[in-house]
Ligand binder design. Structure first.
Ligand code: NAG
Ligand code: NAG
Length: 332
């Protein structure tokens, strides 16, 4: 009896050890990223991306929200490898979620400038990550130093999109499942949802929050949705939640990256089901309260979660390529 117990303890120790050994090579891939990766090969790379984002934003205030969203879709599907940018039949862009994506032309402009000054050096995946980072800083959020050196993927499949992205109708358990499959924690989930402090959404993306009552009148599905907020949404989205109409995610301060989003959640004014559950679920409500209360702690947490987001399944040395045009893989 004693002997078998000792044996099983050793077996356990061995298994834990084996898991570490097996995981080590995977972990070192993201270790190949480094801050200032382009300091010798293209020292002005980050400035060029920032200037492009700044001038695009001054022409179109919806740009920062779009760039941030583009990063999520890139990183959650196939890792942060610019697979979301590849055009063609059957690529990630064939998924209906592409309708709500934008910012592609900003990435293309940045790439054009970079190809002029540093041909073949800076990856599209890094441009997507840097542009989202700059979008946050330009709208008043924290300036986050992120490591670079991502390489661009050569695979972009529509079948990879649905199983990997968070849908606005998701429950907490569904969100936790996807986030943890990307190595992100519950705290990352709450912090990164704070991205909804900027940007806007199509009426169709939250139509699931309303239903018709027996008399044919629209009523909120979720009783915790603030009454006057619900009225506003129904007013702004007439005629069956026309998907061509958009609504700001955080109407009070829609172009400012701040902690108002978390205050909205506490006031029953979260736009999506996937926003509202963050405050109604006991596993995350205390985090929502903490960030609503203290913007500095949101910003400090955001900086760390953002680096983790931009490190999901990155391709390093010996993998992928530096794409010459962001929308097509290089010729073999
Ligand atoms: C995409 O598929 C459609 C229908 O199958 C076809 O008509 C079109 O030529 C294809 N486009 C490309 C770029 O392959
Ligand atoms: C995806 O969206 C972009 C930008 O809105 C558009 O240029 C592109 O053609 C779309 N791709 C598909 C396959 O619909």
């Amino acid at each position: 009896m004693m002997e078998t117990r000792t044996l099983s303890i050793w077996r356990l120790v061995f298994c834990v050890f084996a898991v570490f050994v097996l995981l080590a090579p995977a972990a070192s891939v993201s270790g190949q990223l480094m801050v200032d990766f382009y300091s010798l090969s293209c020292p002005a790379a980050e400035d060029m991306v920032r200037n492009t984002v700044r001038s695009a934003t001054s022409n179109d205030p919806s740009v920062p929200g779009r760039l941030l969203r583009l990063l999520f879709h890139d990183c959650f599907v196939e890792g942060c490898d610019a697979s979301v940018l590849i055009r063609g039949n059957g690529t990630e862009q064939s998924d209906p979620s592409n309708q709500s994506l934008g910012g592609f032309s900003v990435i293309d402009s940045a790439k054009r400038v970079l190809e002029l000054f540093c041909p073949g050096v800076v990856s599209c995946a890094d441009i997507v990550a840097l542009a989202a980072r700059d979008a946050v800083a330009l709208t008043g959020g924290p300036a986050v130093e992120i490591p670079t050196g991502r390489r661009d993927g050569r695979v972009s499949l529509v079948s990879n999109v649905r199983p990997n992205i968070v849908d606005t109708s998701f429950s907490m358990d569904e969100m936790i499942k996807i986030f943890s499959s990307k190595g992100l924690s519950l705290e990352d989930l709450v912090l990164l949802s704070g991205a909804h402090t900027i940007g806007s959404a199509h009426c169709g993306s939250f139509s699931d929050r309303f239903r018709k009552d027996p008399t044919g009148r629209l009523v909120p599905v979720d009783a915790s949705l603030d009454r006057s907020f619900a009225e506003e949404l129904m007013e702004r989205c007439p005629a069956g939640f026309d998907p061509s109409i958009t609504v700001s995610n955080d109407p009070q301060t829609s172009s400012s990256f701040d902690n108002q989003y978390f205050r909205n959640l506490m006031a029953g004014r979260g736009l999506f089901q996937s926003d509202s559950v963050l405050f109604s679920d006991a596993r995350t409500s205390n985090l929502v309260e903490a960030f609503a209360d203290d913007q500095e702690s949101f910003f400090a947490g955001w900086a760390q979660s953002f680096v983790r987001l931009t490190s999901i399944d990155v391709k390093g040395d010996g993998e992928g390529e530096i794409r010459l045009s962001c929308s097509v893989v290089n010729a073999e």
